[in-house]
Ligand binder design. Structure first.
Ligand code: DX5
Ligand code: ZN
Length: 221
């Protein structure tokens, strides 16, 4: 994991009609990772991108493409997302009956692997796969849509996960309602990767938005 705060803009809030241009814009604006929210209309009440969209944006950036699979089942699609050019593939603990196996498959495909936890899910579900993980993604909204209100109670879970991780090289990522105010709370709790959709692609300059979130998070550490 990185010692710095990393910012991962979610392209869920980008202009889909200009997706390549939007990816180049956040890359040029200084993002660290590009976060791709994959939704299936079954695990979450919304439908977004498939592997072909990851493949389409891949030539537009050399930065890490961080794929967040909100799909059930995820296992049949892991290879397609890996071949499309994902760097990190994260599955939801709630959507995977064989989490340990999926993590091994992702690793076997040569990609970094992550597990995401919904707000109501206890962190204990990943206790026995901790040594197989590159990333833990804590949802600070109920997944499905951008622009929702940050659930502050999740900060306690972030802090507990930070302690569970100890000195393992695992990134602790937070997703949902992250802006320059809530960035302070999640960084203080121990997160080092911040996903932000509306707070980057909304009002103002992408570069200024990314820097403001990063600066607030760095100052809170
Ligand atoms: C929610 C997605 C998030 C979302 C974040 O299901 O996983 O990545 O796009 O959007 P904001 O930052 O607007 O809450
Ligand atoms: Zn996400």
């Amino acid at each position: 994991m990185s010692g710095n705060i990393l910012i991962a803009p979610s392209i869920l809030s980008a202009d889909f009609a200009r997706l390549g241009e939007e990816v180049r814009a956040i890359d040029g604006a200084g993002c660290d990772w590009v976060h791709v929210d994959v939704m299936d209309g079954h695990f979450v009440p919304n439908i977004t991108f498939g592997p072909c969209v990851v493949e389409a944006i891949r030539p537009h950036t050399k930065k890490v493409i961080d794929v967040h699979l909100m799909i059930d089942p995820a296992a049949p699609y892991l290879e397609a997302f890996a071949n499309a050019g994902s760097d990190i593939i994260t599955v939801h603990a709630e959507a995977d009956k064989h989490l340990d196996r999926s993590l091994q498959v992702i690793r076997g495909l040569g990609k970094k692997c992550g597990v995401s936890l919904n707000p109501a899910t206890n962190e204990s579900v990943i206790e026995h796969v901790l040594d197989k993980l590159d990333l833990i993604l804590v949802m600070t909204v109920n997944p499905g849509f951008g622009g929702q209100k940050f659930i502050e109670a999740q900060c306690e879970k972030i802090a507990r996960l930070k302690a569970m991780i100890g000195d393992r090289p695992i990134d602790l990522e937070v997703d949902g309602g992250v802006n320059r105010e809530t960035a302070t709370l999640v960084a203080k709790a121990g997160a080092n990767v911040l996903v932000a959709g509306s707070a980057v692609f909304g009002e103002g300059d992408y570069g200024a938005n990314i820097s403001a979130i990063r600066d607030k998070a760095m100052a809170a550490r």
